[in-house]
Design a protein around this ligand. Structure first.
Ligand SMILES: OC[C@H]1O[C@H](O[C@H]2O[C@H](CO)[C@@H](O)[C@H](O)[C@H]2O)[C@H](O)[C@@H](O)[C@@H]1O
Ligand SMILES: [Ca+2]
Length: 838
């Protein structure tokens, strides 16, 4: 039967972890808890503005040099005095009753209390909150012009005091004493942005990070005083949030804003989770229509002259889609959209022949009737792209994103991606690496069965006929994919019954960065006395024949199909490896197909493809056989790893990869194997920031000839974390999963706080500072933004949402305060340590 239970920690509708008691220790607070907050020294320090000093016993002390983000640089006693007197004189009456309106300072009443400080940017910066659009009677009556001034530290300000005094009133005491309703008035968004960057973005990258050496403080007018009085905004985190909010406000065309302080000193965990749920997914979502195809077809990866115009390739038997794209190109001639049919038989030769003229591949569309005109048109199902340079629908990224999307109730997008996969299997013969022409020959790690089941569960299961319909159609497609892609030649190894990543294809992959293959090609370039481009051209068109290179690129295509592009685990050998990754996923397919045939096909599946009739037992037998072969060929009890098996050399390999945990995710390991894995395989893979892609000893030494590869040590990837957490939970190791999740969320949060809200494709999980800095291959994706990160990175967004499900309130607060894993674990009471298995 289909297992309708979900994650052992939570039910689908319950986002709170079970069996973890929320608790707030006296030593841990959120970053918005002033007593525990410290201001980092601008440079040279290892962390963020929100940092703790750890006592040897793991407790956290505030040092004398540490201040709160609202610190006004006044002696504490003076500040307390002013707070006391100001609250007595203005904000509340002595007996605690609200003052009458005549006692209150003048306020912008129309904007006063109506907006949630954490509402979406569309609302927060929409017309309703625009001071310029308020009724005349509510318009501000201001006398000064600067919303920010004094771009210097307090230590320097007296040299400019004359200038400041002409332009701004005194520090706003009433602001400091008011609670819960603190707002800034930014009179000139553009100018404030300029001044903020000029003062604080000292390395001129349009981000405010711990590497900038500015004064780390600016003055901002308060809304209470209509901007006349000011307060200081301090520290990297708040200043960078100010930069982000101003950038967003500007993008909404706003010239003036009222900004809640709560929005820029929001607990980072809440802020990141909120941004993912309300902004990042939306910005990563695509839905093809007649007007946006130019933007959606855009591709920054290939730069040939033939790639200058956007282009769409349509399957030979989709005339409606062909018409649709022709209509789009005629409606927008300036786009120069080119539309081409694909041939019925898509061969490697054909795919190579269009490498210079790449294009987007058509995806599934539905009919849409305009309610007012009755006119019919097509519209694409929505899908999410990974982000950065990856502006198309990917295979396994989509599965990982779907998990996060479902958690954030973006069900249509997850469902749309299943529709696209069904379409891809039907029209392209496989779930593609991604929907670009140069990916036509290869697939990616298969997750369709689980993806469809997750959506089925989330959308009401049996009680929803559409959910049942989708799951049935998805499984028909998955069975075809299983038979024709994964267990057919050349991917199937008949001897072991196991499968390899072994796509066909020809030539050098055009989507990689220009110098990616230099370490391999340089000797051939010398041999033929050709430039890189010259050699690649002649090699690709067959004028130069180099069997050794053919062999290299056969494996390179396998590497890219594996999703692990690239790693020394696979280089020069991938197509011959029955990997633990792929065979775990196929075991899961077999189990899922058995369950679905039993439940939805009356235990009798008639396959039009080969006229076979199979029942659940048939698929369970296949799964059992695969499990036995995996154990026989891959399991190494001594090290606790499932290793890949080289089907040509007939040898088990010894490369220690994080994908060993996929055996747990798929449920194929025994309890005993799981125990050994946790004891032996996990320790060498567990780093500061979670699970690393492979061990350092397996990766081996690096050099100029042997550069760093992004799927190797010291990098950690979201899909590895997600599958390891889930796999460990399957076997009852919830506490170990929770510990690993804390680590991963810690580095994500730390980078987010220290580096202007950054969320990247992968992290260096060995680094406490700048873990987002990855120099391997095409570098990191998600880091290249000005002012504000708007999309994060797909599967990393998902990992944050999913990882938070393991965190109780105590852990969330610790994460919000960027408490590193070891001090956090050490600070736990003995009774709580078991929640993390420490
Ligand atoms: O362009 C170089 C390679 O980029 C892709 O691989 C990486 O990004 C993908 C999207 O996030 C991800 O699925 C993959 O695991 C990453 O290594 C692409 O998939 C490769 O085929 C491509 O050559
Ligand atoms: Ca900067």
């Amino acid at each position: 039967m289909v297992d309708l239970t979900t994650h052992p920690l939570t039910s689908p509708s319950d986002s709170k972890p079970m069996s973890v008691r929320p608790r707030r220790s006296s030593s841990q607070t959120s970053p918005i808890d002033p007593p525990m907050l410290v201001l980092r020294s601008p440079r040279g320090s290892q962390g963020s503005a929100l940092d703790y000093a750890s006592s040897p016993t793991g407790g956290h002390r505030r040092t004398s040099s540490q201040t709160s983000p609202h610190d006004t640089s006044e002696p504490l006693s003076f500040r307390n005095y002013r707070r006391r007197t100001s609250s007595q004189s203005s904000h509340s009456s002595v007996d605690g009753k609200e003052p009458n309106s005549a006692q209150r300072p003048r306020r912008m009443s129309s904007l006063k209390d109506s907006f949630d400080p954490f509402s979406t940017a569309e609302i927060y910066y929409g017309p309703a909150t625009d001071p310029r659009k308020q009724k005349k009677s509510h318009k501000l009556n201001r006398t000064r012009t600067m919303s920010v001034f004094g771009n210097t530290s307090d230590s320097k300000r007296f040299t400019q005091s004359q200038y400041h005094l002409q332009r701004r009133g005194s520090e706003d005491d009433s602001y400091l004493s008011s609670k819960g309703n603190r707002r800034f008035f930014i009179e000139d968004v553009d100018r404030t942005l300029d001044e903020l960057l000029k003062s604080e973005d000292t390395d001129s990258n349009f981000q405010i990070t711990i590497e900038d050496t500015g004064p780390k403080v600016i003055k901002v007018g308060t809304a209470n005083s209509n901007g006349y009085k000011y307060v200081n905004v301090r520290g990297t985190y708040m200043l960078s949030n100010l930069l982000q909010e101003l950038t967003i406000a500007k993008s909404f065309g706003r010239h003036q804003i009222i900004l809640d302080e709560a929005r820029i000193n929001e607990n980072p965990v809440n802020r990141l989770a909120r941004l993912i749920a309300t902004q990042f997914w939306n910005n990563l979502t695509r839905r093809i229509d007649l007007n946006n195809i130019g933007e959606i077809a855009r591709d920054s990866k290939v730069d040939t002259p033939g790639a200058q115009n956007p282009r769409v390739y349509v399957p030979y038997n989709c005339p409606d889609q062909y018409e649709f794209y022709i209509q789009a190109s005629q409606m927008h001639p300036s786009l120069k959209l080119e539309v081409e049919y694909l041939p019925k038989n898509i061969t490697p030769e054909y795919v190579k022949s269009i490498n210079e003229t790449p294009g987007l591949l058509a995806l599934a569309m539905e009919e849409h009737v305009n309610p007012s005109t009755g006119e019919k048109t097509l519209i694409g199902y929505p899908y999410a792209v990974p982000g950065g340079r990856f502006n198309e629908l990917y295979g396994w990224d989509s599965y990982m994103m779907a998990l996060g999307l479902l958690e954030n109730n973006k069900i249509d997008v997850a469902r749309g991606m299943v529709e696209h996969f069904i379409f891809e299997i039907e029209h392209y013969g496989k779930i593609l690496n991604a929907n670009r022409s140069y990916y036509l020959c290869r697939s990616q790690p298969p997750f369709l069965t689980d993806m469809a089941l997750q959506i089925y569960r989330k959308t009401g299961g049996d009680s929803n006929p559409n959910a049942v319909d989708l799951v049935k159609r998805a499984f028909v497609a998955a069975i075809k994919e299983y038979k024709t892609v994964w267990t057919a030649s050349p991917r199937l190894d008949p001897e072991t019954g196991l499968s390899c990543y072994h796509p066909n294809g020809l030539g050098v992959p055009p989507e990689t960065e220009a110098d990616h293959f230099d370490s391999i090609l340089v000797c051939f370039m010398k041999k033929y006395n050709l430039s890189r481009e010259g050699f690649i051209e002649k090699y690709n068109n067959g004028e130069i024949k180099e069997p050794a290179l053919d062999e290299f690129f056969l494996h390179d295509r396998g590497v890219r199909e594996s999703g692990h592009d690239t790693t020394y685990r696979f280089e020069g050998v991938c197509a011959y490896l029955a990997t633990i990754d792929l065979n775990s996923l196929l075991y899961k397919y077999e189990r899922d197909i058995a369950d679905v045939i039993e439940k939805f096909f009356d235990n009798e599946y008639h396959d039009p493809l080969d006229n076979s009739v199979t029942d659940a037992q048939h698929w369970r037998d296949l799964a059992e056989k695969r499990k036995n072969n995996i154990t026989k060929y891959m399991w190494d009890e001594e090290t606790g790893f499932f290793f890949d098996y080289n089907v040509v050399a007939r040898q088990r390999t010894s490369y220690e990869s994080a994908t060993t945990f996929w055996a747990l995710w798929a449920g194929l390991a025994t309890e005993e194997q799981a125990k050994i894995m946790v004891e032996k395989a996990l320790p060498p893979l567990e780093m500061l920031g979670g699970i690393v892609a492979c061990t350092e000893r397996s990766r081996g030494p690096l050099s100029i000839q042997r550069p760093s590869r992004q799927w190797d040590y010291p990098y950690g990837w979201a899909p590895h974390q997600i599958l390891a957490w889930q796999g460990l939970c399957e076997y009852g190791y919830v506490a170990v999963a929770t510990r690993l999740a804390y680590r991963w969320l810690y580095i994500m949060t730390k980078a987010f706080v220290d580096y202007n809200g950054i969320v990247v494709e992968k992290y260096d999980v060995t680094r406490g500072t700048d873990p987002h800095r990855v120099e391997a291959e095409y570098g990191n994706q998600g880091a290249d933004f000005k002012g504000v990160a708007t999309e994060g990175f797909g599967w990393v967004n998902a990992s944050y949402v999913l990882g938070l499900k393991y965190m109780n309130n105590h852990a969330r607060r610790a994460l919000g305060a960027c408490i590193p894993p070891i001090p956090f674990f050490q600070s736990l009471k003995a009774s709580e340590r078991k929640l993390y298995s420490v």
